[in-house]
Design a protein around this ligand. Sequence first.
Ligand code: SF4
Length: 458
Amino acid sequence: MAISVFDLFKIGIGPSSSHTVGPMRAAALFVQGVREQGLLEQVRRVEVQLYGSLSATGIGHGSDNAVIMGLMGEWPDAIDPSQIGIRIETLRETHTLLLDGRLSVPFIWARDMRLIDENLPFHPNAMTLIAEGDDGELHRDTYYSIGGGFVVDEAQASSGVVDLDRTVLPYDFSSAVELLSLCQKHNLRVAELMMANEKVWRSEEEIRAGLMKLWRAMQDCVEQGLKHEGILPGGLNVRRRAARLHRSLQELGKPNVIGSTLSAMEWVNLFALAVNEENAAGGRMVTAPTNGAAGIIPAVLHYFMKFSEVVTDANVVDYFLSAAAVGILCKKNASISGAEVGCQGEVGSACAMAAAGLAEILGATPEQLCNAAEIGLEHNLGLTCDPVGGLVQVPCIERNAIAAVKAINAAQMALRGDGQHFISLDRVIRTMRDTGADMHDKYKETSRGGLAVSAVEC
Ligand code: SF4
């Protein structure tokens, strides 16, 4: 399975990669399929069935609205998030869905948007879409949103060939041991090895430009998060904090950091809060590697860019490439989906990725980089997914800030060592996978356990 840095980092919208970005992509792919078969003009009715976790917490994550937008032919990286609410309101008033942005079909929400409290065997995030014509069903497919905005359809799921990208990479690796051995053998840093792999898909110029575009999108997201105040949508009455915190930190002035990190941690908190509040409000953001955990990687990079004496575009590129190397290991050997392995797969993976990225640009050897990732992930093991009210707000927003600080600490601890460590990165990733398998379903993005139910009692 070949995974690119651009698979792990994608410009999208909030609040959830598996429950918003994935479902929108699935619906857009469905419509594309209908169109390509020449069936679009014959469609008279569309039915949406959301299963498992998409049914349990999909409303809080905007899965229903995301599917509708996808059916309208919208894609997460291009849609204007500010228009979604207005378009949904119009649909609900007129009972009319503009399929693929051009064909009007009746859509009665209570009848055609079905939440089914049942898990399909392949993955907890499942949805079936059905297009009917005058004489019955024209097309039907089931899609699984497997985390990080990745989507597979029924054919892929039942063939077992979930990843169709069979690209042969010059330095293919499936474990940290293989990654380290390739780095050693070819005398490469992790970022250099990743760049060589990425060049299979794109020119170096395109890779650098693409990564800088992601960085600009992350900066825009923080900027938006620092502007917006008030209450987050969804009904929990969670107040946005980033704008207020920003004002008070500006009054304090810039601390002297890198080497004395504690005084900068409030800024790290700020960057993460800004991103995750934007995400919770359904704004434009970068999936990194999921939406729920999207604040960690930008917060740590913002920290470096703000407090380092010398910063270059090359730092940004190396940061993303090295973080992606660890994301690939987590995705290949465990999961980055909260619905599959709990929050350890989302926040834990992002923490490990940010720690690896920061270690790289602070000059870590490949061994130190793996150590940084291992520390970052190890101290998130067992973390359950228990969003209150099914909204990506509590505990998700603060959890990103805490994990961003943890990632910086992990990178620093690793840089003080020689790269040798007691538990290997591979072993920690395997432990995440096994812990996730043992974890009760109620702790996997169903909002039926943990804080999600305790908070209701208070
Ligand atoms: S608790 Fe973690 S995994 Fe669950 S929605 Fe929040 S950030 Fe995602």
